[in-house]
Design a binder for this molecule. Structure first.
Ligand SMILES: C[S@@+](CC[C@H](N)C(=O)[O-])C[C@H]1O[C@@H](n2cnc3c(N)ncnc32)[C@H](O)[C@@H]1O
Length: 364
């Protein structure tokens, strides 16, 4: 049976499963960094348009144990690629491997591509890719000696919603920002504040979640180029998504001490269609007067990518603000000196790009 596979960073699998299940999509299996679900054209379309937290959605054309490059070649060659890839389509093969006998990804890529071409050519000896056609990406994912042969239906990673054309030095990926909002359990009635908002990603994602704005409304997907894909499915899903947007108002606030970042945040929010839902202003985190019971989600500088001379002091002020105002506080960081008083806090480990971070929580 053909499955779809949604990939994600480690630690957010439950959120990915939740967002698929909310669309009545049946999960077939789940494992580290992925969730698989049943195949049909509308599911493919909705999963891409609505996934806030997943990295990409793939078609899983094969899943089988493989312990050598020879086996990998034979498995890939045995697939009937003609049903997925028209002759002449440029093919990009990417690969990753973990906890497996086969460890050399460049060989997986080059042998994988040879095997696909051999299968498509059926004995002909001349292969030419039409450089004007949209390429198809095949992803060979090997985990614990299990090979998943996947076709990328999303194209660019799903965190690229299209609204963030400008950012500061260390922006969060939009998908991670959405995951933080969902993990934090923010209730839409509660005031939400990011006092170090940078380019506004956390608040923009929160506003999109609150207003039920699908994250994929403004971008394109690779499935639109598949010859077997029926465009009316996409048109129907986009129309459906537009009709589901709420026009309610919320108390969502953001500030940053850098005027330039506030300007960028406003522009990003405007492109995302939520500028009227968020109030941004310039200001130092230490002098913010928070509305009682506010829910804080913030991503301060870590000192590795953004240089800051008084970082330890900054974190002390942040902790003080959250504790003395009795706020619900959620802080993603990798610094070891936050929080000072750990007994008030619980944490969840998350990767922010290549960096191991903790998402600290202080409930009210
Ligand atoms: C890691 S960035 C936040 C990135 C943001 N999450 C995004 O996705 O764009 C940290 C931000 O904290 C701001 N900042 C640092 N110290 C601050 C302070 N004392 N008060 C307010 N903002 C501050 C910086 O200007 C920077 O924009």
């Amino acid at each position: 049976m053909t499955n779809f596979v949604a990939t994600c960073i480690s630690g957010v699998e439950s959120l990915v499963r939740g967002e698929l299940e909310r669309q009545d999509i049946q999960i077939t299996y789940g494992q580290d960094k992925m969730a698989a679900f049943e195949w049909d054209m509308m599911t493919l379309t909705r999963a891409n348009i609505w996934s806030r937290v997943a990295n990409r959605i793939y078609i899983e054309v094969e899943k089988v144990d493989v312990t050598s490059l020879e086996m990998l070649f034979a498995v890939v060659e045995s697939i009937d690629w003609s049903q997925w890839i028209p002759l002449g389509t440029p093919i990009i093969v990417s690969a990753t491997t973990s906890r497996s006998v086969v460890t050399h990804t460049p060989s997986m890529q080059s042998l994988g591509k040879k095997a696909i071409i051999r299968s498509l050519m059926k004995g002909d000896d001349f292969w030419k890719e039409n450089e004007h056609s949209h390429p198809i990406e095949v992803f060979l994912l090997l985990v614990n000696d299990e090979l998943h042969v996947l076709i990328n239906t999303s194209g660019d990673a799903l965190h690229k919603r299209g609204y963030r054309t400008e950012a500061g030095e260390a922006p969060l990926k939009e998908s991670l920002a959405a995951a933080l909002v969902l993990f934090s359990g923010w209730k839409f009635r509660t005031p939400l504040y990011d006092p170090m908002c940078g380019s506004g990603t956390i608040l923009i994602e929160a506003a999109m979640i609150a207003r039920n704005i699908a994250p994929g409304l403004q971008r394109e997907f690779d499935y639109l180029y598949f010859p077997w894909y029926d465009l009316p499915y996409h048109e129907k899903a986009i129309k459906e998504a537009r009709e589901k947007i709420f026009a309610k108002s919320y108390q969502i606030f953001g500030s940053d001490r850098d005027e330039y970042m506030v300007d960028i945040a406003c522009k990003n929010a405007s492109r995302a269609g939520v500028l009227d839902t968020i109030q941004f202003r310039e200001g130092d985190m230490g002098s913010v007067s928070f509305i009682p019971d506010s829910h804080i989600i913030t991503n301060p500088p870590y000192g590795k990518r953004l240089w800051d001379e008084n970082l330890e002091e900054l974190y002390e002020t942040l902790e003080q603000q959250i504790l003395s105002n009795n706020l619900s506080g959620w802080v993603i960081t990798s610094v070891e000196y936050f929080p000072k008083n750990q007994k008030n806090w619980t944490k969840k480990n998350l990767m922010n790009g290549a960096e191991k971070c903790q998402f600290w929580r202080k409930g009210i």
